[in-house]
Design a protein around this ligand. Structure first.
Ligand SMILES: Nc1ncnc2c1ncn2[C@@H]1O[C@H](COP(=O)(O)OP(=O)(O)OP(=O)(O)O)[C@@H](O)[C@H]1O
Ligand SMILES: [Mg+2]
Length: 634
């Protein structure tokens, strides 16, 4: 992975200040690299290098690390002895975390040895030692280094001081690094499987990627990892729907693009995007555009975006040279397009799709479900195939009791209004006092936040209400996004929810951030809950549900039944009230696309990633050219 553990690519500012705080010198590098090195006395240094600039070298001694924003690629390190502060920004968060961890691990491991050496070696002794000055890269972090460092922080971190108390965290003291070890999508680097790892590597090679896979193969999970491995200031994570965007910590594609719903002539849209300075600036700044749930992006809109990007960026390459990372499953929900408005429905039906995509991947291992029978049923439903056995098995679920501990199944509805009505009437039927939770939003941003976050602006609750958790609160305790529970009481005005695993949780205000069209962050503060007696299949795309019921009789889209069914984790936690094979169908254009796609993948299997081909027929052909030829032949 780029950067490794003792090397970091990022933007850097270093400020030297007097003890009174006035700045005496400042350097500012937009692209720099920082290396961890040691001198001949095993002392550690940080070396900052930028193009055509002389290197800055700072001794890693008595430092304070401020890493509250490392998930956004930012951190600062105060060097007490050198009297300066290093500000890091635009660092791929996953690399920054691992870089800070290396510093901590090496410094705590070294502390004793270096102290011993230093106490014995005065500056004079060092000068007289006769050793020639030599710097070398720090050695990689070993398992032993980590356990050594962990043992040193374990006692110090049994209680975590409040954030206010530990604003500047001293690496040498201990508490700060605990976060660096806690399991999180950022630090948990080992959990990608081989096929996911391969896609991540391809994304880091800078190629334009499309990856697909059936529901639950970890596409969004992987996408989050990809986002954290790219420099945040120039990476735009987006998705076709607000819920899906929230899932990967991004915005909707429409909010990013700044060309409204894309209606009107291409000339007008190009003019609009160029004239609006904030929109134009966003397009010019973007280097990596990530789109989840690509199946729901309208092809005509996609084509227009591609042309707008070229125009605004004054660059003729596809998407004006922006790296595209697209992901989704075209056998799930299609774009919502006004009938008769557009003839091209899917992105893959546009001519620019072939021009844009350089490498394709298909994830095959399903993570959401473990039961082989259910996975096989879902794979058949996905392509619109329903045998008698499948039908019988799903009909059998209609009578099964899937509820436990007073928590009802969530009903998935094909129409949003039906789900709203169910939630409304169930809440009304409950006795007891109603409590209203209103969100606190950034100025005038309520309607935008309504569209882009899953947290509602107004939430009415009563004791007995079925709710769903909207944030990962504590992954180890099962308090994860999508977990469902029931409000058992209110304490100090806050709802206390009991989950299926019997854990109780007091819902405190959480924050959701959304990037505005000018790039600034908007924030919604709300309790992380929503009513969960019912919601629409469209809103459920991307989610994992632990106990789910559905009626499929009013299904109106190809793939809609598949999306609904594939939210369930097992056949035992699913109830289909009225299964009928007529409700299951796949779009024939999509089936054809996947047939061709598979053939292309087979071709790719034999091609080493990102390297020119050296086959007998065409020595200089690149993978892209081979794929293009294939497409033309078809
Ligand atoms: N490598 C992995 N190791 C462990 N769990 C994983 C892994 N990849 C994905 N998961 C888990 O599998 C579940 C499904 O993953 P995810 O939602 O990313 O799938 P998806 O392909 O995006 O599905 P959909 O098409 O429905 O959006 C999630 O609970 C996720 O945490
Ligand atoms: Mg997903």
């Amino acid at each position: 992975m780029e950067g490794g553990e003792s090397f970091l690519s990022c933007a850097v500012t270093v400020e030297w200040t007097t003890p009174q705080g006035s700045i005496t010198r400042k350097v500012n590098y937009k692209t720099a690299s920082i290396r961890l090195i040691r001198n001949e006395f095993r002392e550690m240094f940080m070396e900052i290098a930028a193009d055509k600039q002389s290197n800055v070298r700072l001794a890693l001694k008595n430092i304070n690390v401020f890493k509250k924003f490392m998930a956004e690629g930012k951190a600062s390190i105060k060097f007490q002895e050198a009297g300066c502060t290093l500000f890091v920004s635009n660092a791929p968060p996953i690399n920054l975390v691992s870089f800070l961890r290396t510093i901590f691990v090496k410094m705590s491991g070294d502390k004793e040895t270096v102290n011993k050496i230093q106490s014995k070696q005065s500056m004079r002794a060092k000068l007289l030692s006769g050793k020639t000055q030599a710097f070398e890269d720090i050695s990689p972090v070993t398992v032993a280094d980590i356990s050594n460092a962990k043992s040193k922080i374990s006692k110090a971190t049994t209680t975590t001081p409040s954030p206010k108390k530990r604003k500047l965290e001293d690496v040498n003291k201990g508490p700060a690094p605990k976060k660096l070890y806690s399991p999180s999508p950022l630090t948990n680097t080992s959990s990608l499987n081989a096929e996911q790892q391969r896609v991540l590597e391809a994304c880091l090679s800078g190629k334009n990627i499309f990856f697909t896979g059936s529901a639950g193969t970890g596409k969004s999970f992987l996408l989050k990892r990809i986002v954290s491995a790219l420099p945040p200031d120039v990476t735009m994570p987006t998705a076709s729907t607000g819920v899906a965007a929230c899932h990967i910590g991004g915005t909707t594609l429409h909010a990013f693009a700044g060309i409204g719903d894309g209606s009107g002539s291409l000339e007008k849209l190009c003019e609009k995007a160029t004239k609006l300075p904030l929109v134009a600036q966003k397009w010019r700044k973007c280097k990596h555009l990530i789109i989840d749930e690509i199946s729901m992006v309208d092809g005509t809109y996609f084509e227009k975006l591609e042309a707008v990007a070229r125009h605004v960026r004054k660059n003729d390459k596809p998407f004006g040279g922006i790296q595209l990372i697209l992901c989704g499953d075209f056998l799930q929900l299609p774009p919502v397009v006004d009938k008769g408005k557009s003839s091209k429905r899917f992105c893959f039906q546009t001519s620019c799709w072939e021009k844009c995509i350089e490498l394709c991947f298909e994830l095959k291992e399903v993570h959401r479900q473990t039961d082989k029978e259910f996975i096989s049923i879902l794979n058949n439903i996905r392509i619109g195939r329903v045998t008698k056995d499948i039908s019988d098995r799903l009909i059998k679920t209609a009578s099964q009791k899937i509820e436990s501990d007073g928590i009802l199944a969530t009903r998935l509805c094909s129409h949003t209004n039906d789900s709203k009505m169910i939630n409304y009437s169930k809440l009304r039927d409950l006795e007891g006092e109603e409590k209203l939770f209103s969100s606190q939003d950034s100025d005038n941003a309520t309607s935008l936040l309504d569209m882009q976050t899953i947290a509602p602006s107004k939430l009415l609750l009563k004791v007995g209400a079925q709710v769903m958790l909207l944030k990962n609160i504590n992954v180890n305790a099962g308090l994860v996004n999508g977990a469902r529970g029931v409000v058992v009481r209110f304490e100090e005005g806050l709802p206390v929810v009991r989950f299926k695993n019997k854990k109780e949780y007091t819902a405190r205000t959480e924050r959701w951030y959304v990037k505005n069209s000018n790039g600034s962050l908007l924030c919604r503060r709300q309790v992380p809950l929503n009513l969960a007696w019912a919601f629409s299949i469209h809103k459920s795309q991307g989610l994992t549900l632990d106990c789910v019921e559905m009626s499929l009789s009013k299904i109106f889209e190809a793939g809609q039944a598949y999306v609904a069914l594939s939210r369930a984790q097992s056949l035992d936690t699913l109830r289909v009230l009225d299964f009928d094979s007529r409700h299951v169908w796949a779009n024939p254009d999509v089936l054809e696309f996947y047939q061709k796609f598979r053939r292309r993948l087979q071709q790719m299997e034999i091609i080493p990633l990102g390297r020119p081909l050296s086959d007998k027929t065409n020595k200089k052909a690149t993978l892209r050219q081979i794929l293009e030829k294939q497409i033309k032949r078809k």
